[in-house]
Ligand binder design. Sequence first.
Ligand SMILES: NC(=O)c1ccc[n+]([C@@H]2O[C@H](COP(=O)([O-])OP(=O)(O)OC[C@H]3O[C@@H](n4cnc5c(N)ncnc54)[C@H](O)[C@@H]3O)[C@@H](O)[C@H]2O)c1
Length: 337
Amino acid sequence: MSSVQVLKKNEVAAFLETLPSDHLLFIVDEKLKDLKNVFLDLENVNKKKSVFYCKSGEETKNFHELEKAIEFFLSQGIHRKCILVSFGGGATSDFSGLVASLLLRGISWVTIPTTFLAMIDAAIGGKVAINSKFGKNLIGHFYLPLNNILIPDFLTTLPQEELFNGMGELVKYAFLDIAIYQAILSGEPLHLIMKRCIDYKNKIVKKDLREEGDRKLLNLGHTFGHAFEIHLKIPHGQAVLKGLEFILKMDNKIELLESFYKLCEHLSLPLNKYNFPKFEVIKELVMRDKKVQNVDEIDWINIIEIGKPEIKRESIEAFLQRAEIVYGEYVKLHQGS
Ligand SMILES: NC(=O)c1ccc[n+]([C@@H]2O[C@H](COP(=O)([O-])OP(=O)(O)OC[C@H]3O[C@@H](n4cnc5c(N)ncnc54)[C@H](O)[C@@H]3O)[C@@H](O)[C@H]2O)c1
């Protein structure tokens, strides 16, 4: 199981010194090179270091970049005790974990996430992947990091939009765990709330690494969220937020919707309007999703009440029919240009 440590930026070098390897491999989002407040000064780390700067965001999650990173590290005279450190947002950790899992049949790795979304979600739990032309995250597997290092200092350089993006996942956690919902509304410091999200995810991952049972709960809001993300080309967290709102509307959960809007308002989280497509487009994308169990059935996450999620298996036909009934009304209310 991965451990979580909350550190200050100036404590990172000392932490890296403690890692049990004489050669550290770094994958760093290239955009962070120019951010003075984020850039890691590795001068004080007295170990051999090999640094690969990956492309920022989704542009790194493909075979071409994977090959480049792997060949680069192999050219550096690596061995099985090398430890790979991922430094960047969720795209970087998805990519880095896959590289770590493939190098010499798998070396240890550590995540130092730099976006809010990656800190509370993407860098936790060992789902590592690149994208295919057939869809996002279709090439990968489960490969847990040794440690997750949480450095809230990095949030200071994060653009507002990226912070909102991560908040989408935060709202998801708040519906999964009432303690998180209450902590947000009671104004608990953000880093403590973040730690709660990480602990919640780690607890679930410990029971079910390969998403055969409880880990599916973390897909709350993702069934339609992924479809919105792909078609509307919007960030993952915002898509999850829309996906959660839609699933609550589907079953006309009025009280839960009120709680949802209350939380968004409390977090000053804007509910953006988008240019939603015809239902057929969304239907097609939902049917292609990984959550489809077989040709006829889909697993989706229902919220009975805040803190009480359940996995529901339903025929895809019935599920999509129910969705289609509310989709028109939803789009009318949330359509932008
Ligand atoms: N593995 C999982 O369990 C999981 C879960 C959720 C999402 N994901 C994946 O995570 C990715 C999204 O992650 P993300 O939202 O972190 O996006 P990202 O990694 O693309 O980062 C977003 C942007 O923020 C920039 N950035 C990163 N840190 C910064 C900082 N401190 N200051 C300023 N800018 C900074 C990046 O360069 C990038 O341009 C997607 O690829 C998604 O599929 C994975």
